[in-house]
Design a protein. Structure first.
Length: 301
């Protein structure tokens, strides 16, 4: 189903299409934006820091165009404001790319554990609020770290457990895949043509590793990035492939190399926990309660 060496040069003509990419001011998000603008799309860089977003937008070149809009996924008021200010133009693709990785224990503006709040709940709310405008698909970026994840439905926000930054990250990345599965099930039930897909970059040299909040951990990751990681440009390929190719709903795209750590995009597997439809439904219901954002389409549509 995939070419063994698919690259951004194989991205179809994107003229006339609008793409929203969260966290597009650096790393994988910026490389994803760069490829889409080069292919002719209008790209909205949804970023927390508009100054950095504007600087990133200035580096984009191609037949497409870009704009910067403020979005803080760790604040549901910001998520709601972003959606409320979306005009009536169609939105073809939403790429849920932004995230934090293995950060020290912290809370979002709404009191959620920082990693589940930013990586999952913020994107959950954003997606449901933007669904009425979407015409094609949602791509959510997960990680191979989902395999070490487990959803604690009784303590999603780490209020009664000793905090573990890596277990919290694994939970959040597993939530990304369960969200994709749950979203596709609801789209199918609503008879919507929209697609929900997921992607992961493998071991890519991104800015996530440099924001761990731990000097030793950041230093070790910097060494790993230098000698083992693939580039942001390669790491963005699974997202680009998932956002533009003819794929079944709920597909998961990652690198085709050893242990999915590097290489060109292909369909990849997921853990049994990430395939659990009952868990996906349970997480969906919990996420609705926590964010106050139900499924964004009428089931009779």
């Amino acid at each position: 189903m995939t070419s063994p060496d698919w690259t951004a040069a194989d991205l179809p003509d994107q003229r006339g299409r609008t793409i929203v990419i969260t966290g597009a001011n650096s790393g994988l998000g910026l490389e994803t934006a760069r490829a889409f603008v080069r292919a002719g799309a209008h790209v909205v860089l949804a970023v927390r820091d508009e100054t950095r977003g504007a600087a990133a937008a200035d580096t984009l070149a191609g037949t497409g165009s870009s704009e910067v809009r403020k979005l803080d996924l760790a604040d549901l008021a910001s998520v709601c404001a972003f959606a409320e200010h979306w005009d009536r133009r169609p939105l073809d693709v939403l790429v849920n790319n932004a995230g934090v990785m293995a950060v020290p224990e912290g809370r979002t503006a709404d009191g959620f554990e920082m990693q589940i709040g930013t990586n999952h709940l913020g994107h959950f709310a954003l997606t449901n609020l933007l669904l009425p405008h979407l015409t094609d698909r949602v791509v959510t970026v997960s990680s191979v770290a989902h395999r070490m994840g487990k959803i604690d439905f009784d303590d999603l926000n780490w209020e009664r457990r000793r905090y573990s930054r890596w277990r919290a990250y694994g939970q959040a990345k597993l939530a990304n895949l369960l969200f994709t599965l749950g979203l596709q099930r609801r789209l199918d039930a609503a008879r919507s043509p929209l697609l929900a897909l997921a992607a992961h970059p493998g071991y890519a040299s991104t800015n996530l590793q440099s924001h761990s909040g731990n000097a030793l951990q950041s230093a070790l990751m910097a060494v790993g990035n230098r000698f083992f990681a693939q580039s942001d440009r390669m790491g963005a390929l699974p997202s680009l492939y998932a956002a533009s190719s003819d794929l079944p709903g709920a597909s998961y795209v990652g690198p085709n190399g050893l242990r999915e750590s590097r290489g060109f995009p292909t369909l990849v597997g997921r853990s049994d926990r990430a395939s659990d439809t009952a868990a996906a439904d349970r997480l969906w219901e919990l996420s609705e309660r926590l964010t106050g954002t139900p499924f964004g389409l009428d089931k009779a549509a």
